[in-house]
Design a binder for this molecule. Structure first.
Ligand code: ADP
Ligand code: ADP
Ligand code: MG
Length: 450
C-alpha cells in the first residue's frame, strides 16, 4: 500500500479521506490555503502544506503549488476529493509526469466523460438511453432555434463544460431563446472557459437517480445501487440524497446498474464513479452525465452497502483487484444525507460567513457527521458554503426520515446562519415524508414556505 497520500482538497471531504488514510496506516498530507489554517482537515492530517492565499485560484486550484506540495511531501499518490482538480485531465497528466499516482480514473476516461456532449456520445455508443437533444454542441443561435423546434419546448440550454448545477437555463418558447442563448453562452465562457452549449429536452418533473460504480484497473466493475437525489435547490444543486430510491422496481434497478457499468467500461473506466440519470414517472430512465470522481453524497451508498468507498479507491489505485463481484453486493436498510450549508433561508439562502461561536452536533445510533467545522472555526467567504453532511441510517425509510428530523433538531449552530431550519421544514413536509417528490418539489415547496 502507499505509505504517503496527499489530499488535494479542503473541508469535509479532505477530513473524510484523511481518516481513511489513517485507518489504513497511510501517512496523510493535507494542503491548505491561508484562510483554512484552522480547518479540521489541517489538524487531522499527519502533515500539512500551505499552498497559497485564500482564494481557490491562489491555492487549491494553483497547479504549480499543488504539484510542489506533492514533491516536497514525497507523497506517492493524490486523492482529489470532489470539485477542484478531481475531474481535470490536465491535473492527472501532470501527476503522471512526476510519477505520482492519481487516485481516480485514467486520464482517457476523464476526457471521454469530461464534457456533457462527449459523455452523451459515449452513452449512445454503449446503447444507453439519453435525454433527447442536440447532436453535441450547437454552433449558432439559428441552429439552436431549429434544434429546439425539432425537440419541442420546453428545452434546456446546458453548458457543455458545465457542472455543479451551473450553466443550465430553461427555455419555454422560441422568443426567449435568442436572448437566453447569448447570456447563457457568455456566462458559460466566463465560468467554464468554454461558451459551447447543447440543447436537451426538458424532462418535466423527473427524478434524479444515479448509480455508484467502482471498478479495478483490470476491467472488473460492479455497481452499488442507486441514490435518489431529486431534492435540489433552485440552482439544480442537491440538498438531500438517499439510498435506495424506495419506489424503484428491482428490475429497473438491475437494468440501470448494468447500463451504468456498461457505459463506464466502454470508456475504459476504473476506480469510483457515478452515472447520473433522469427517471420519469413511468420509470423510463435517461443518461445525463458521468461524474468521474467520488461524489459528495457517497456516504449514503456506504451506509446501505457496508462498503467503504475511499478504502476501496485507495486499494484499486494501488493496483489491487476488486475484492467483490456483483453477487457480493448486498444492500440493506435506508440512508439519508442532508447537506448543512452556511446559507440563510430567511435571506434567500445568502451565504453567511464569520466565526462559529457554538457547534453542537447530533449523535447517536445510525447518525454520521462529516465536517471540518467546530466551535471557534471561522467560515470564510472564499469557498463553497457546505459546512457538514449529516447522514442517518435505519432499517426503513420511515425510520430514517424520523431519525433525520430528530438529528436536525439536535443540531445547534451559533454565530452564523445555516439552512438547518429550512431542512427541518422540508423533512417535516408531507410529500417528503411520503417519498412523493421529484426535482420540482423544492421549488414548489419554497413557493409555499413562508
Ligand atoms: P455531487 O453530486 O457530488 O454533489 P456536484 O455537481 O454537486 O456533484 O459537484 C460537487 C462539488 O464540485 C460542488 O461543490 C461543486 O461546486 C463542485 N463542482 C462540480 N462541477 C464543477 C465545475 N465544473 N466547476 C467548479 N466546481 C464544480
Ligand atoms: P450538473 O453537471 O450541473 O450536475 P446535470 O446534467 O447533472 O448537471 O443536471 C443537474 C440537474 O439539472 C439534474 O439533476 C436535474 O434536476 C436538472 N436537469 C438536467 N437536465 C435536465 C433535463 N434534460 N430535464 C429536466 N431537468 C434536467
Ligand atoms: Mg450532475
Amino acid at each position: 500500500m502507499f505509505s504517503k497520500v496527499l489530499i488535494a482538497n479542503r473541508g469535509e471531504i479532505a477530513c473524510r479521506v484523511i481518516r481513511a488514510c489513517r485507518e489504513m496506516g497511510i501517512t496523510s498530507v493535507a494542503i491548505f490555503s491561508e484562510a483554512d489554517r484552522e480547518s479540521l482537515h489541517v489538524k487531522l492530517a499527519d502533515e500539512a502544506i500551505c499552498v497559497g492565499a485564500g482564494s481557490n485560484t491562489d491555492s487549491y486550484l494553483n497547479l504549480a503549488n499543488v504539484l510542489m506540495a506533492c514533491r516536497i511531501s514525497g507523497a506517492e499518490a493524490v486523492h482529489p476529493g470532489y470539485g477542484y482538480f478531481s475531474e481535470r485531465a490536465h491535473f492527472v497528466a501532470a501527476l503522471n509526469q512526476i510519477g505520482v499516482k492519481f487516485i481516480g480514473p485514467p486520464v482517457e476516461a476523464i476526457e471521454a466523460m469530461g464534457d456533457k456532449a462527449s459523455a452523451k456520445e459515449a452513452a449512445i455508443k454503449a446503447g444507453v438511453p439519453v435525454v433527447p437533444g442536440s447532436d453535441g454542441a450547437v454552433p449558432t443561435e439559428s441552429d439552436a432555434l431549429r434544434v429546439a423546434e425539432d425537440i419541442g419546448y420546453p428545452i434546456l440550454l446546458k453548458a457543455v463544460a458545465g457542472g455543479g448545477g451551473r450553466g443550465i437555463r430553461r427555455v419555454d418558447s422560441p422568443d426567449q431563446l435568442a436572448s437566453l442563448w447569448k447570456t447563457a453562452s457568455a456566462e458559460a465562457q466566463a465560468s467554464f472557459g468554454s461558451g459551447e452549449m447543447l440543447i436537451e429536452k426538458c424532462v418535466l418533473e423527473p427524478r434524479h437517480v444515479e448509480i455508484q460504480v467502482i471498478g479495478d484497473e483490470y476491467g472488473n466493475m460492479v455497481h452499488l445501487g442507486e441514490r435518489e437525489c431529486s431534492i435540489q435547490n433552485l440552482r439544480h444543486q442537491k440538498i438531500v440524497e438517499e439510498a435506495p430510491f424506495a419506489g424503484l422496481p428491482e428490475e429497473v434497478r438491475q437494468r440501470m446498474g448494468a447500463d451504468a457499468v456498461r457505459v463506464a467500461l466502454s470508456v475504459g473506466y476504473a476506480n469510483a464513479g457515478t452515472v447520473e440519470f433522469l427517471v420519469d414517472s413511468d420509470f423510463n430512465y435517461y443518461f445525463l452525465e458521468m461524474n468521474t470522481r467520488l461524489q459528495v453524497e457517497h456516504p449514503v451508498t456506504e451506509e446501505v452497502s457496508g462498503i467503504d468507498l475511499v478504502h476501496l479507491m485507495l486499494r484499486i489505485a494501488n493496483g489491487e483487484m476488486l475484492p467483490i463481484t456483483q453477487d457480493d453486493v448486498k444492500l440493506s436498510g435506508h440512508a439519508i444525507e442532508a447537506r448543512i450549508t452556511a446559507q440563510d433561508p430567511d435571506l434567500d439562502f445568502a451565504p453567511s460567513t464569520g466565526p462559529i461561536t457554538a457547534w453542537i452536533a447530533p449523535g447517536g445510533r445510525g447518525v454520521r457527521m462529516e465536517t471540518h467545522c467546530y466551535a471557534g472555526f471561522s467560515v470564510s467567504p472564499f469557498y463553497d458554503p457546505m459546512l457538514a453532511k449529516l447522514i442517518v441510517r435505519a432499517d426503513t425509510r420511515e425510520e430514517a426520515v424520523q431519525k433525520l428530523a430528530v438529528a436536525l433538531a439536535e443540531f445547534q449552530v451559533a454565530g452564523i446562519a445555516t439552512n438547518i431550519p429550512f431542512l427541518q421544514r422540508l423533512v417535516e413536509s408531507e410529500g417528503y415524508r411520503a417519498g412523493d417528490f421529484n426535482t420540482a418539489y423544492v421549488p414548489r415547496f419554497l413557493g409555499q414556505d413562508h
